[in-house]
Design a protein around this ligand. Structure first.
Ligand code: 5AD
Ligand code: SF4
Length: 469
């Protein structure tokens, strides 16, 4: 970590102490502890950020509650698709009524949506009861922002266009004690023509491998057995470091950490997936047999308009190489339906890839127009009804291939990491296979956090029912 970052981390620790005292006074006056709630929208990166934000709030003395009727409510927003934005405005309506009942309540907004100028303008004009707005580059400043709000009558707005420092050494609370996400890079340089991420998350910045390794060693010493390395495009990790390191080299270093059992990562861009990475995965004992490899569309013509920089054939060839090298690999993907100019022929190319690639699952999205991206002004936007009809057809093909893949594993005994009590049946726990699929089986709470061998008795399409072996 460079000196400037260390100095900023120290300054924030002091901010936390000052703010903590003010919260203590407030809580004394009210005769009860102050409560907080974070609602998180969007991707794994946002969930990771929310764990850091929760860490700061707990250090300040706030107590976590399940409801948004709390003293401090934070919405960590996403703006990848328009419906994510709509949800936030919906929540704000509800929060306004809570604040009427509890005028001391603080409402804060952060995340990708706040990096959009027109969103901040709208909130300033129409949602004046919001207390704090900040973006994606300065989440570590939360205590300072609360301090500022407590000393002022006005809404505090602190948005940066670029990351100044990467401050990582602050408190954090983790949802699971045995698995954790670890940021390895921030931002994205790819500028896929539909995507707003490069505009709101900024340019690609990789963390130093030493800092990543140190963080994982610390996590392992706290009981973590599985890490998920996070980045918008992990395959281009390390290219812009002073001493460049490839993602495959980073994985090899992570693999050497004693006590760590499983390594996952996401997301991989097909254009940057190297042979070196395939070989490292193939020979690794710890890297999970799962790769999330977004295709977005099966039509080379559309892939070009999307600025994805690969063709349908190149993608399928990559899948072929992966399947040959790692036969038990599970592949998942992201697909957008209804991109501007998508014809029935383009769509059928997508269906063709889904059938050929045999995904274990696919996240399918209706194209959503994001202001400021090149695709938003492309001609030939697709009518909603046409896109929806294609979307439903795609879903049924995906369900078919997933069910086929899952059924093929029934009868095997596999190692799973037991994660939690099953949401569907309280007598069962849920375990995650190396390939990222889930199995539910009868088991005690004591199994949670451990690796167990489980027999896959039955496939239920996207998941299994099993029994302890
Ligand atoms: N419309 C629909 N889906 C989108 N994604 C990104 N931008 C858009 C958009 N404008 C999807 C992509 C990406 C995933 C995280 O979200 O499939 O891989
Ligand atoms: Fe968006 Fe493309 Fe970057 Fe993924 S790789 S975050 S889809 S611009």
């Amino acid at each position: 970590m460079i000196e400037r970052e260390q100095a900023e981390a120290n300054r924030q620790m002091q901010m936390i102490e000052t703010c903590r005292e003010r919260i203590r006074q407030k809580s004394k006056k009210m005769g009860r502890p102050l409560t907080y709630h974070i609602s998180t929208f969007g991707c794994q990166m946002n969930f990771k950020d929310s764990e850091k934000l929760a860490g700061i709030l707990e250090r300040l003395g706030y107590l976590a509650v399940e409801t948004e009727e709390a003293d401090f409510v934070l919405l960590n927003t996403c703006t990848v698709r328009e419906n994510a934005n709509q949800k936030v405005y919906g929540h704000l309506g509800q929060l306004k009524s809570y604040k009427k009942k509890n005028p001391d309540m603080m409402i804060a907004l952060c995340g990708c949506m706040m990096q959009e100028q027109q969103v901040v303008t709208r909130i300033k004009e129409r949602y004046r009861f919001v207390d704090i707005i900040f973006g994606t580059h300065n989440i570590y400043k939360l205590a300072e922002l609360i301090n500022n709000r407590l000393s002022s009558d006005a809404m505090i707005i602190d948005i940066w266009n670029d990351a100044k420092e990467i401050v990582e050494d602050l408190p954090t609370v983790r949802k699971f004690s045995f698995k954790a996400g670890v940021n390895i890079m921030f931002g994205c340089n790819n500028f896929c023509s539909y995507c707003i991420v490069p505009y709101v998350r900024g340019r690609e910045r990789s963390r130093e491998p030493e800092d990543i390794i140190k963080e994982i060693q610390q996590l392992v010493s706290e009981g973590v057995v599985e890490v998920m390395l996070l980045g918008q495009n992990v395959n281009s990790y390390g290219k812009n470091l002073e001493h460049p390191v490839s993602f495959a080299q980073l994985l090899q270093k992570v693999e050497e950490i004693p006590g760590l059992k499983r390594i996952r990562f996401m997301t991989s861009h097909p254009k940057d997936l190297s042979e070196e990475l395939i070989q490292v995965m193939k020979h690794s004992d710890k890297i999970c047999r799962h790769l999330h490899l977004p295709i977005q569309s099966g039509s080379t013509r559309l892939l070009d308009k999307m600025n994805r920089r690969y063709t349908k054939e190149q993608y399928l060839m990559l899948v072929e190489r992966l399947r040959t090298a790692i036969p038990d690999l599970s592949l998942t993907t992201d697909i957008i339906v209804g991109f501007p100019g998508e014809t029935e022929e383009d769509f059928l190319e997508t269906i063709d890839v889904v059938k050929k690639a045999e995904y274990d699952s696919a996240y399918t999205f209706l194209y959503s127009k994001r202001t400021g991206t090149p695709a938003a002004v492309m001609e030939d936007q697709i009518p909603e009804a046409v896109a929806k009809e294609r979307f439903l057809r795609l879903l049924s093909v995906v369900a078919e291939t997933s069910a086929k893949r899952t059924a093929a594993l029934v009868g095997q005994t596999v190692e799973v990491l037991v994660e939690e009590r099953s949401e569907q049946d309280a007598s069962m726990v849920t375990g995650r296979l190396s390939n990222n699929l889930l199995v539910h089986f009868i088991g005690e709470d004591t199994l949670i956090g451990s690796l167990q061998n489980v027999h896959l008795d039955e496939s239920r399409g996207f998941y299994f029912l099993g029994s302890l072996a």
